[in-house]
Design a protein around this ligand. Structure first.
Ligand code: CTP
Length: 408
């Protein structure tokens, strides 16, 4: 039995959503409904309260002051039916100017949209662009069908039938659970035969032969990932900055600077199935390294720095559809916002974000706590655990994505 959140937006097809809710309840699921003001013009909220046996979240009534968060975290899946051109555009733009949209943005479960509108609206390139952009973000779209529309024209734009929508929503739910079960049952050889490429540790950007710029990083998270991946059966290549870790791994490519890391990465990237970028790569490097030790002459000194290659960005821009790309976001503030923006900007499949301002985790510690942000909007917090256990979670989630990509 799952928790299904049904969003209703303003279109004549709202009446069909009543059947959809009944369908879910009949098959034993918990259902909650949220409606926009426009939707209430078509069907009263009492119909949905009676069918779902739960309070309906509306702009004029929110059961608690933070209902959008409560409803979003309660849901195992969310279906918006009908989804109007307006709501599709707003979701794609990240607009949250009503309760339903605020809830959608707060979801950490799969989101499904069943568009319904007039044929010209549906075929409008703006609407199609929004639909395609949402698909790329991992949002499921149940295509509208052809038929007689409320405006008395015939064409594409009719919402799919409630039983077809219910079937699709339940299959997304079951598929996800089923795949997870299968994969988790095969635990130890989860990554059998896969090529896993991992970056770890800091880079050093030399100013002169004795001085360098670096990032704070022990390399422990990257090494834990590499060693756990090896135990799970993967062929592991670890590209490591200079760290004081002795590892039993066979294939460690040691590098010093961001440029070395990038060049080594290019060699292994094409054949990698899963790529995890845990290195703390310097973002800037000295314009030029002095051959001799710089002598102190004046009271101040200026260093000219140039940007390094962003390896994760390169990987995101050049990856094949079947490659899974995981990045890290070590942040001190606005963690969720930065993590989500890195996910999009760098075209990663997962961003593992952690709060490096906390003294009890991260950097030199053996423990960590990360939140994984997935491309499809889902997120998962690991809680505070050893870096080894966190590595296992990240590898398992990557393996699930890898398997999903293969079967698509
Ligand atoms: N990364 C990378 N190459 C770089 C910089 C970062 O591959 N030149 C990777 C890191 O390994 C990590 C992710 O990008 O997986 C995020 O690194 P981070 O330093 O947090 O972010 P930046 O992209 O540098 O962004 P900002 O400095 O603005 O936070």
């Amino acid at each position: 039995m799952s928790n299904i959140l049904v969003g209703v937006t303003g279109g004549i097809a709202c009446y069909k959503t009543a059947y959809l809710v009944r369908e879910f309840v009949k098959s034993g699921h918990n259902v909650k409904v949220m409606m926009t003001k426009q939707a209430e013009k078509f069907v009263g909220y009492t119909t949905f309260e009676a069918l779902s046996q739960n309070e309906v979240l509306r702009d004029d009534y929110t059961p608690t002051p933070i209902s959008h968060i409560d409803y979003a975290s309660w849901a195992d899946i969310c279906i918006i039916a009908p989804a109007t051109a307006n709501i599709i555009g707003k979701i794609n733009a990240g607009i949250t100017d009503n309760e339903l949209l605020s809830t959608v943005i707060a979801l950490s479960c799969p989101l499904v949209l069943a568009p319904a509108m007039n044929t010209n609206m549906y075929h409008n390139p703006i609407v199609q662009e929004n639909i395609n952009a949402l698909k790329k973000k991992g949002i499921h779209i149940i295509d509208a069908e052809s038929g007689l529309l409320a405006c008395q024209t015939t064409g594409e734009g009719k919402m799919a039938e409630p039983n077809d929508i219910a079937e699709k929503v339940l299959s997304i739910l079951n598929n996800k659970e089923h795949k997870k079960d299968n994969i988790l049952n095969s635990e130890n050889n989860l990554l059998q035969g896969l090529n896993i490429l991992i970056t770890a540790g800091p880079t050093k950007e030399y100013i002169d032969p004795v001085r360098y710029i670096t990032n704070k990083s022990s390399g422990k998270m990257g090494y834990a990932l590499a060693e756990e991946a090896y135990k799970m059966g993967a062929n592991v290549t670890l590209i490591s900055g200079e760290v004081g870790i002795i590892s039993p791994l066979q294939d460690i490519q040691y590098v010093v600077s961001a440029e070395d890391m990038y060049n080594t990465f290019l060699k292994y990237f094409p054949q990698a199935d899963i790529i995890i970028m845990a290195a703390a790569v310097a973002d800037y490097t000295p314009n030029k390294m002095e051959n001799n030790k710089i002598k102190k002459k004046s009271d101040t000194m200026e260093l000219s720095l140039v940007k390094t290659k962003d390896i994760l960005l390169y990987a995101g821009e050049n990856k094949q559809n079947n490659q899974v790309l995981v990045g890290f976001a070590a942040e001190t503030d606005n963690i969720e916002e930065y993590a989500k923006s890195k996910l999009m900007k760098k075209n990663a499949d997962i961003i593992a974000a952690n709060d490096v301002s906390r003294k009890d985790i991260g950097f030199d510690s053996s423990d960590n706590e990360v939140t994984l942000y997935f491309k499809n909007g889902e997120k998962r917090n690991t809680g505070k655990q050893s870096k080894i256990d966190i590595a296992k979670i990240i590898l398992t989630e990557s393996a699930i994505l890898y398997n999903e990509n293969q079967s698509e």
